[in-house]
Design a protein around this ligand. Structure first.
Ligand code: ATP
Length: 460
């Protein structure tokens, strides 16, 4: 959690690097191919809320699985957790969100529009209607969304939708370490929805009011290795982005200066991606000291210290946090994978194609399977059988139609391999496998397909 740090999009605009694609193109592709849609569009939509379509839902799930695999499954020092969205309201008093989770807000008295004070390019001038002298003084606006619990809508029933998932971990620290039989250094991870009443949601799914976070809270003893552990997590997260092919020139790890960090934080790094509008934060990694557990112990009066059986001593572990936005990471994968390129066919004719170069683990569909002609039952049946036989090993899709259009569609949704079933298949049981990136076509025996594709695509 970074309280009141909101300068990312502004700071980014001066970047010299040219955008490879506009957000309009990404949004149009997302809509056309079923990645994301604005929420409740038939009623005119609702700002800051999005739905993931058939491909987007898989894409986001793959991003979350990739995070989960690296952070939980491939380690023996991180346990899983899943806390409720609504928590006791005192949670947010202890965390500082009630007192300090604010943006500065100004209203224009003329056009009645509302802006974040730090998003006004010319001081005193309304960015929408252009009038000067019509803006109100900045006032604090709490970003937590409220709801009420139970049949009475009075103040006693008031509750918040969590603005971050981390606090669920902190208040359960003792339950978790005791039942999982873990001792620091160890971590607790969870992925879940968070809600913030952002004043100006925007840049497609970059800034939303309902979004998903993947948070890792790693607890370490105060034995002098805390900063090394923080650095190891920064390195691990760097490796994660590299493993999934995010272009290194469009990713940066910005080390926060002391005045940019909360007073209790010993170190902090923001992971930022160069979006079409500039640099934007994907994740923050921080050394948070004992601040969070201390705050909950103080307000609840309950003990959240770790009891070390060996030395019979109690201590409050130091916390290293990594907090990544899964929607922003999904958007990054989409933007980063996008390529609009010229290709030359066998006859020397130039055409353009849009291709999403997703990493095979991130691609919603890994293998497309088609019959050469959809009106030939023996080809259709064979293609369907092959697709069915690959399902356990890969994310597959059967499709049929004009060959050129089939490839075009699969390129545009980022499918790394496509299989064409043709007349030869019926005779010698081989198929053509086309590679998305090189467009090279190999002839492969159907009984070798799982091995051939496995080598290129890796795990499911
Ligand atoms: P920002 O400065 O962009 O408002 P933040 O610094 O407040 O973000 P954190 O509190 O550090 O964000 O949250 C951790 C991560 O959660 C962010 O890096 C981001 O990926 C994600 N996140 C935060 N707010 C939003 C939002 N409104 N929409 C989508 N993702 C978000």
């Amino acid at each position: 959690m970074t309280l009141a740090r909101n300068t990312v999009e502004m700071a980014a605009e001066s970047s010299p690097q040219q955008p490879r694609v506009s957000m309009e193109e990404i949004a149009a592709l997302a809509k056309r191919r079923g990645f994301m849609f604005g929420s409740s569009e038939i009623y005119g939509g609702i700002g800051g809320f999005f739905d993931y379509g058939p491909l987007g839902a898989i894409l986001k799930r793959n991003v979350k699985n990739a995070w989960w695999r690296a952070t939980v499954e491939l380690r023996d020092d991180v346990v899983a957790f899943d806390s409720s969205i609504i928590m006791h309201p005192q949670t947010w008093v202890a965390s500082g969100h009630v007192a300090a989770f604010h943006d500065k807000l100004v209203d224009c008295r003329n056009c009645k529009h509302r802006f974040r004070a730090d998003h006004i390019p010319t001081p005193g001038k309304c960015p929408d209607c252009g009038m000067t002298g019509t803006l109100t003084e900045p006032r604090d606006f709490n970003l937590m969304l409220k709801t009420s619990v139970g049949p009475m809508e009075d103040s006693a029933a008031m509750a918040y939708l969590r603005p971050e998932t981390a606090q669920g971990i902190f208040v359960n620290f003792k339950n978790i370490y005791q039942t999982a039989r873990k001792r620091p250094p160890f971590g607790i991870a969870q992925i879940g929805k968070s809600f913030r009443n952002e004043i100006t949601p925007g840049n497609f799914t970059y800034r939303m009011r309902e979004f998903e976070q993947a948070e890792l809270e790693y607890f370490v003893p105060d034995d002098g290795n805390d900063v090394a552990c923080y650095e190891a997590w920064v390195a691990a997260r760097k490796q994660w982005y590299a493993d999934y092919g995010v272009r290194p020139e469009r990713l940066r790890f910005y080390e926060l200066l002391p005045h940019e960090r909360p007073h209790y934080a010993k170190a902090g790094t923001d992971v930022e991606y160069l979006f079409p509008w500039g640099w934007g934060e994907l994740e923050s990694i921080a050394h948070r000291g004992t601040y969070d557990l201390d705050a909950h112990m103080q307000l609840s009066g309950k003990d959240l210290q770790f009891f070390d059986e060996a030395s019979k001593s109690h201590y409050t572990p130091i916390l290293i946090e990594s907090s990544a936005g899964m929607d922003r990471t999904t958007l990054t994968m989409l933007v980063d994978a996008y390529e609009n390129e010229t290709i030359v066919d066998d006859a020397g004719k130039e055409t353009r194609r849009v291709v999403l170069r997703f990493h095979p683990q991130i691609a919603p569909i890994q293998v497309g399977v088609f019959p050469l002609a959809r009106n030939k039952p023996e080809l259709v049946e064979r293609a369907r059988t092959i697709e069915g036989s690959l399902r356990r090993s890969f994310r597959t899709q059967y499709d049929e139609g004009n060959v050129g259009q089939l490839y075009r569609r699969q390129d545009e949704i980022g499918t790394p391999a496509c299989i064409m079933v043709d007349y030869e298949t019926l005779g010698d049981a081989t198929v053509t496998v086309r590679d998305r990136d090189t467009m090279r076509q190999d002839r492969v025996a159907t009984d070798q397909l799982v091995g051939y594709l496995g080598e290129r695509l890796g795990e499911r």
